[in-house]
Design a binder for this molecule. Structure first.
Ligand code: PGA
Length: 318
């Protein structure tokens, strides 16, 4: 068999996604390039690896067996790469870090300082929502992830490092601005701008409302914190966001935090990696940097959240 690592890599991705289109997107290739690699791979093996039924593709028996083996090979290649990184030490090391979209506002500043301290490190920084981050962890595509509490049923090492309060923001001319202890039911008829399904913020908000028996409709769904902030600013509705995402807008008084009963919804951010992952010296240094330095990069929000609200921390985490 005359197969190349490249073919194996392309095959593994198509088999994992069961889609030529998604594999092409993720590998930054065109779809014809992916099809060509698979065709050549099948020719050198002498057996078809995929079969098409209607619009879907499935692995053949040979495809399934090769997929299992190619997963093992690519994990071993990753391990070899980690080992080389480890031997290189911090000099010229590589860091692949992925963060939740709520985290990236401060993570960028944190990263800038990390890179000042370790100027030779090459960084690949990815920003996506919770669902995307869990997928990356599952696919072993990242060293370290900064995100909300990961699910217990995944084999991960997770360590909380900072509070992430979720708040309701309003435009400055909203009639309830300045009111103390607004009742949740009184906001029933408001238009809420909420994050998309798959976002950790959205999950937490839905769980919080469901537990209180309050029905709030995501009257408008937006897949970035930036769009929600702008939407609130121009009067589209109220927003449900992490306070970290609106630091600048609050300072400039472009939006305000409403004082709503039981708010903020208390969440935390975690440093996460796969259990058993052999972290490179660079990734270990980054995790250590987050642990020790993160607090320097966030504004103290106590004044906005109100006295006593910090006491909620740790009581119930969403
Ligand atoms: P997200 O981030 O809302 O962008 O998904 C928060 C999280 O990971 O929980």
């Amino acid at each position: 068999m005359n197969i190349t690592l490249r073919q194996l890599k392309v095959f593994e991705r198509v088999a994992r996604r069961l889609s030529f289109t998604r594999a092409a997107e993720e590998l930054y290739l065109t779809q014809p390039a992916v099809s060509m690699q698979i065709k050549q791979f099948e020719e050198s093996i002498g057996l078809p690896l995929f079969e098409r039924l209607g619009k879907k593709i499935f692995l053949t028996r040979a495809g399934e067996e090769l997929y299992r083996l190619s997963r093992q090979i690519s994990l071993q290649l990753d391990e070899a790469e980690q080992l080389i990184e480890e031997l290189k030490g911090m000099e010229g090391g590589r860091l692949v870090v992925a963060v939740a979209s709520t985290v990236h506002y401060f993570a960028i500043r944190l990263l800038a300082d990390f890179c000042k301290r370790y100027p030779k490190v090459r960084v690949n920084f990815k920003v996506t929502n919770r669902k995307g981050l869990l997928q990356m962890l599952d696919d072993n595509e990242v060293d370290t992830v900064l995100m909300g509490r990961p699910p217990d049923d995944m084999d991960l090492v997770a360590e909380a490092f900072m509070d992430n309060p979720l708040v309701i923001i309003a435009p400055t001319d909203h009639p309830r601005v300045g009111e103390k202890g607004i009742r949740l039911e009184d906001l029933r008829n408001e238009t809420f701008l909420m994050r998309e399904q798959g976002s950790g913020t959205r999950n937490a908000v839905e769980r919080f409302f469901a537990e209180r028996g309050v029905r709030v409709l995501a009257s408008m769904e937006m897949n970035t914190n930036g769009a929600i902030k702008q939407g609130v600013e121009v009067g589209l509705g109220l927003g449900l966001v992490s306070i970290h995402t609106v630091e600048r807008e609050l300072a400039d008084r472009r939006v305000v935090v409403l004082d709503v009963e039981a708010f903020p919804i208390m969440r935390q951010w975690y440093i996460v990696h796969r259990a058993g992952k052999r972290l490179s010296a660079t990734a270990t240094a980054f995790e250590e940097f987050v642990r020790s330095e993160a607090r320097r990069f966030v504004a103290p929000f106590n004044a906005i959240l109100g006295a006593g609200k910090e006491a909620v921390v740790g009581a119930m985490e969403y």
